[in-house]
Ligand binder design. Structure first.
Ligand code: ADP
Ligand code: MG
Length: 248
């Protein structure tokens, strides 16, 4: 079972769009996927149209180990994709974790309870906190979408420094460019500069209205634009991820 987190210090960079579309492609390739929506905003749960959680304050109870992951896993319309829906009590994750023993290992311990998945995808909220330490500890791979702008790149460098400070293996981080606007020179320049670093996948996701429309359709991109350029870009990225993070 491989655990892949979509993460960035910054919000609005395409973490959730990637987590949802890549879960879909992984499932279509035959892998059994669990998507765990750790962002209290609940966007990936929304895209998979999961029913609300039947357990109240599920995130709080999970982190306190009052319940197990299988108590909250929900099926989706797709055979190979199950979801742990988001829950507003995840807002207090850091306060809850702070009071628990082995506070950086809770998410990893919870994932050890499930064995029937090939891939677990974590849709992380933005930020760096104790919850993120949990995500970094549990994940085999931390995949970071980056908009090719100065500020986004700065946040990527901060994450690398944080990994080094905390003694996490930076080789587990891979980045890809997201929301790329071909009309902007800055985007081209930043991409040229950073492609020299092996940490970036060659495939990238452009800024495309077909992707933006996921919210309108409340679905993964492939359900309504399977033959689009956007769909092809995600497929190229998935192929790289599968080769580098799943099969290697
Ligand atoms: N490549 C893209 N092109 C156009 N819009 C995008 C793209 N990726 C994401 N979006 C839109 O931008 C917003 C933020 O994306 P989201 O994936 O939710 O970011 P994050 O999870 O990092 O906060 C959403 O409305 C989403 O539909
Ligand atoms: Mg998100």
């Amino acid at each position: 079972m491989k655990v892949i987190a979509f993460y960035n210090l910054k919000g609005g960079v395409g973490k959730t769009a990637s987590a949802v579309n890549l879960s879909y492609l992984a499932a279509a390739a035959g892998y059994k996927v669990l998507l765990w929506d750790l962002d209290p905003q609940g966007s990936s749960s929304f895209y998979f149209q999961t029913n609300g959680l039947t357990v109240k304050n599920a995130a709080k109870k999970l982190l306190q180990q009052d319940i197990v992951l299988t108590d909250v896993i929900q099926p989706t319309a797709f055979v190979n994709i199950d979801v742990v829906p988001a829950d507003m009590s995840a807002r207090q994750a850091d306060i809850i974790l702070d009071t628990t023993k082995q506070s950086k290992k809770r998410v990893k311990q919870l994932l050890q309870q499930v064995t029937n998945y090939d891939i677990v995808i974590l849709d992380a909220p933005p930020g760096i906190s104790l919850l993120h330490d949990n995500i970094f500890t549990a994940a085999d791979w931390v995949l970071m979408p980056n908009i090719p702008t100065t500020l986004s790149i700065r946040s990527y460098e901060m994450v690398i420094s944080y990994f080094e400070e905390q003694g996490y293996d930076t080789n587990r981080i891979k980045c890809f460019f997201s929301m790329v606007d071909h009309r902007k020179n800055l985007h081209h320049e930043v991409m040229q500069q950073f492609y020299k670093q092996k940490i970036f996948f060659k495939s990238y996701i452009p800024y495309l209205s077909d992707i933006e429309k996921m919210g309108v359709h409340q679905q993964a991109l492939f359900e309504y634009a399977n033959t689009s350029y956007a769909a092809q870009c995600y497929r190229d990225l998935w192929n790289e991820i599968e080769k580098h993070c799943i099969k290697a």
